[in-house]
Design a protein. Structure first.
Length: 311
C-alpha cells in the first residue's frame, strides 16, 4: 500500500471516530434537552446552550484566528456570509427538533431525526451533481427501515412533536452538506465552529426575547442541562463534527452521525426508563450495520492508488 493510500485510510478512520464521538454525545444530550423543557422555553434553552458553547470554543477560535493572521490570511466577506448561512441552517435544525421534544419521547425524537440521512446523498447529488458510491443507497434505506422499527414498527400516526422533529430533517441534511464543504474552504475549523454557534445563539436569543417570557427561576432549574448540552453537545460535539467532516464525504458523515439515534434510545432507557421493543433493537442493529456498510464497502476492490482519492 502506498503512503498516500495509508494516509487516506487513516484519515477516513479518524473522521469516522470523530463523528461517532459526536453522535454519542448528541445521543446523551437528548435526555437533557427533553428535561429542560419543563423549566424554560425551546428558544431560551437554545440561546443559552449555544452561547455557552460559543464561549467554550472562543479561546481556541481566537488562537486559531491569530495564527491565520500571522500567515497573512483572513476571512473574506464571502466567508462571513457562509458562516451566517451555516449558523442560520443550524438554528433551523436545532429549534425544530427542540420544539418537537416538548411533546414527543426522547427515543422517537432521536430516531426520527436520522431520517435526514437519505436526504444527504440526494441533496448532494442535486446541488453538486456528484456521484455517490452505490453503498450509500442501501445504507440509507437501512437507516430508514431501522428508524421505522425503532419508532414503533407499524404505526403511521404522528404526534405534533413527531411532526416538528420530522421538519428538522431537511435543515439537518443541509447542515451536514454545508459543514463538509465549508470546513475545507474556510481557514480555521474552530473559527467556523464558533461562528456558527454565535449566529445560532443570536437567532434564538432575539426570537426568545420577542416570544418567550424570561424566567430566572426557570433558568436556574435548567442550569444543569444547559451546562451539559452547552459544553458537550454544542462546544465539543459540533466542533468534532466540523473536524471529522474535513476528510469524510457528507453522505458517509450523515450515516455515521445517525448512530446518535441508537445512543439516544440507550440513554433514554438508562435515565428515563424508556424501553425498546424487540423490533426496536432490530432497528438499532440495522442502523449500526448500515454505518459499517457505508464505511467499509468503498474500501473493498479498489486499486491501492484509488484509496488516496477517498473523501
Amino acid at each position: 500500500m502506498s503512503s498516500s493510500a495509508a494516509v487516506a485510510r487513516r484519515q477516513r478512520l479518524g473522521s469516522a471516530l470523530l463523528l461517532l464521538s459526536a453522535a454519542l454525545i448528541w445521543g446523551s444530550a437528548f435526555v437533557g434537552q427533553a428535561l429542560a423543557m419543563a423549566s424554560v422555553g425551546p428558544l431560551t434553552f437554545t440561546a443559552s446552550r449555544f452561547m455557552l458553547g460559543a464561549l467554550l470554543v472562543a479561546p481556541l477560535a481566537w488562537w486559531q484566528w491569530q495564527q491565520i493572521r500571522r500567515r497573512g490570511g483572513g476571512l473574506s466577506c464571502r466567508d462571513g456570509r457562509a458562516i451566517l448561512l451555516l449558523g442560520t441552517v443550524l438554528f433551523a435544525a436545532v429549534i425544530l427538533q427542540q420544539i418537537g421534544l416538548v411533546s414527543t419521547s426522547v427515543t422517537n425524537a432521536g430516531f426520527l431525526t436520522v431520517l435526514y440521512v437519505p436526504m444527504v446523498p440526494l441533496l448532494y447529488w442535486l446541488l453538486r451533481k456528484h456521484a455517490m458510491h452505490w453503498s450509500v443507497w442501501p445504507a440509507s434505506l437501512g437507516c430508514v427501515v431501522g428508524t421505522w422499527l425503532l419508532s414503533g414498527a407499524g404505526s403511521l400516526a404522528l404526534s405534533a412533536g413527531d411532526a416538528w422533529v420530522l421538519a428538522c430533517t431537511l435543515p439537518c441534511a443541509l447542515h451536514v452538506i454545508l459543514v463538509g464543504r465549508l470546513s475545507q474552504q474556510i481557514p480555521g475549523v474552530f473559527v467556523l465552529a464558533c461562528g456558527q454557534f454565535v449566529v445560532c445563539a443570536l437567532w434564538a436569543g432575539l426570537l426568545a426575547l420577542a416570544t418567550e417570557p424570561l424566567s430566572l427561576t426557570g433558568l436556574r432549574q435548567a442550569a444543569g442541562t444547559i451546562a451539559y448540552t452547552g459544553v458537550m453537545s454544542v462546544g465539543v460535539a459540533f466542533t468534532l463534527q466540523v473536524l471529522g467532516q474535513r476528510h469524510a464525504h457528507p453522505a458517509d458523515s450523515a450515516i455515521v452521525l445517525s448512530s446518535e439515534a441508537l445512543f439516544a434510545a440507550l440513554f433514554a432507557a438508562l435515565l428515563l426508563g424508556e424501553r425498546l421493543t424487540p423490533a426496536g433493537w432490530v432497528g438499532g442493529a440495522l442502523i449500526l450495520a448500515s454505518i459499517t456498510l457505508v464505511q467499509c464497502l468503498p474500501l473493498l476492490r479498489r486499486p491501492s492508488g484509488a484509496l488516496a482519492a477517498l473523501p
